[in-house]
Design a protein around this ligand. Structure first.
Ligand SMILES: NC(=O)c1ccc[n+]([C@@H]2O[C@H](COP(=O)([O-])OP(=O)(O)OC[C@H]3O[C@@H](n4cnc5c(N)ncnc54)[C@H](OP(=O)(O)O)[C@@H]3O)[C@@H](O)[C@H]2O)c1
Length: 340
């Protein structure tokens, strides 16, 4: 039980879901320029599972507090903080210090919340005031906690892909990034093709506005199905969360199309036919979440359109292991939240 100076947190004491333990830690103090945030909700990303179960960051020290994405309330501000005041609702940015343009390699590898920086499955966290953004007013805490990685990654991919009305956008799977990409692509006036392992999830994706659903299990040649459903033209933008299917994505692309390489749920290796890049003037780019400026631009769009994230399920902090197991099972549609 936490006292006045201590809080509850979830620690991974080994690289295993069974090693997640509810512990007591001291409440941190904000220093100059920092804010103390009472975390109200967190959400899980595939990265959190990859780190915990697949040793995605094998040199990470134990124990560590997992998860990157949170929303909460500012409860104390350090000296010289003007960006926020006590009572403001905020979300810490994932890549601390990355405010605009490109991040530094150091920010990308050493300044990310949830590893190597301490994660958000704890009742209080301290971050620099400059490294948090204001919550869109219409969202609740769990909804807001979906934005720092999943939503911003989807947003960045479509921005880099220069999505325009009438474009065809392909999203792979029905997880956090993919469903945000579906929602943002619809806002941009694009047509969306969703790939999923489940016909039921494809039905739900159509309810969200997807024009076409293709089951990648029963239609392994989904690149041909994409070509067919676009009258032979192909997709303008593919949000590649699968990774290993990059060669199929190339085959599904329209002339001058764009692939934003986001993830690796199907594996880390892909073989690329080089001529398929050159002739059709294909663009492929790695995506790494996004800057604070982009986060704020995305929040303006979310606010203007009253967009609501797709929440699959919500667990309590003490049930964090159940939340991780649920994510690992792959049954989810959208985001998995944890309330604190
Ligand atoms: N680069 C970045 O900035 C960045 C940011 C966020 C995430 N990511 C990466 O993007 C990927 C997705 O992350 P997420 O948090 O959205 O994960 P998530 O919520 O767990 O969603 C993953 C989804 O992928 C689908 N999937 C599973 N196996 C697949 C396969 N073999 N081929 C195609 N789809 C498959 C499943 O959808 P169905 O059940 O519908 O089949 C699953 O729900 C991860 O690799 C993650 O590390 C990267």
């Amino acid at each position: 039980m936490a006292s006045q100076d201590s809080m509850q947190a979830v620690e991974a004491q080994d690289f295993s879901i069974d090693a997640l333990k509810l512990v007591t830690r001291p409440i941190p103090k904000p220093r100059r320029g920092e804010i103390l945030v009472r975390v109200r909700a967190a959400t899980l990303n595939y990265r959190d599972i990859a780190i915990l179960v697949e040793k995605y960051l094998p040199t990470l020290g134990l124990p560590y507090v997992p998860a990157s994405d949170a929303s909460g309330e500012v409860v104390e501000v350090g000296e010289e903080v003007t960006r926020f005041k006590v009572g403001d609702r905020v979300m810490p940015i994932y890549t601390q210090g990355w405010h605009d343009g490109k991040p530094t390699p150091e920010q990308r590898t050493k300044r990310t919340l949830g590893a190597p920086l301490s994660g958000v499955l704890q009742e209080y966290i301290v971050v620099p005031a400059e490294d948090a953004v204001a919550k869109p007013a219409h969202l609740d805490d769990v909804e807001a906690a979906t934005l720092p990685i999943a939503a911003l990654t989807a947003w960045s991919t479509l921005q880099e892909g220069d999505v325009k009305p009438g474009d065809v956008v392909v999203v792979q799977g029905t997880g956090g990034v993919s469903l945000f990409a579906l929602q943002f692509a619809k806002l941009a006036g694009a047509q969306v093709i969703v790939l999923s392992s489940s016909d039921d999830k494809l039905r739900r994706a159509r309810d969200l506005g997807a024009a076409v659903g293709i089951n990648y299990r029963t239609t392994p040649d989904w690149h041909l199905a994409i070509k067919e459903s676009t009258g032979g033209r192909g997709a303008d933008v593919i949000v590649e969360t699968a990774g290993a299917s990059l060669n199929k994505s190339l085959a599904a692309l329209a002339f001058g199309g764009f692939i934003g390489v986001v993830g690796f749920v199907a594996g880390y290796e892909a073989t690329i036919p080089v001529r398929q890049l050159i002739g059709p003037m294909t663009r492929i780019q790695g995506i790494a979440v996004g800057s604070r400026t982009r986060f704020e631009a995305m929040n303006r769009a979310i606010t203007a359109h009253k967009l609501r994230p797709v929440i699959d399920s919500v667990f309590k902090l003490e049930d964090a292991a159940k939340a991780f197991r649920h994510m690992k099972s792959g049954q989810h549609f959208g985001k998995i939240g944890v309330t604190l």
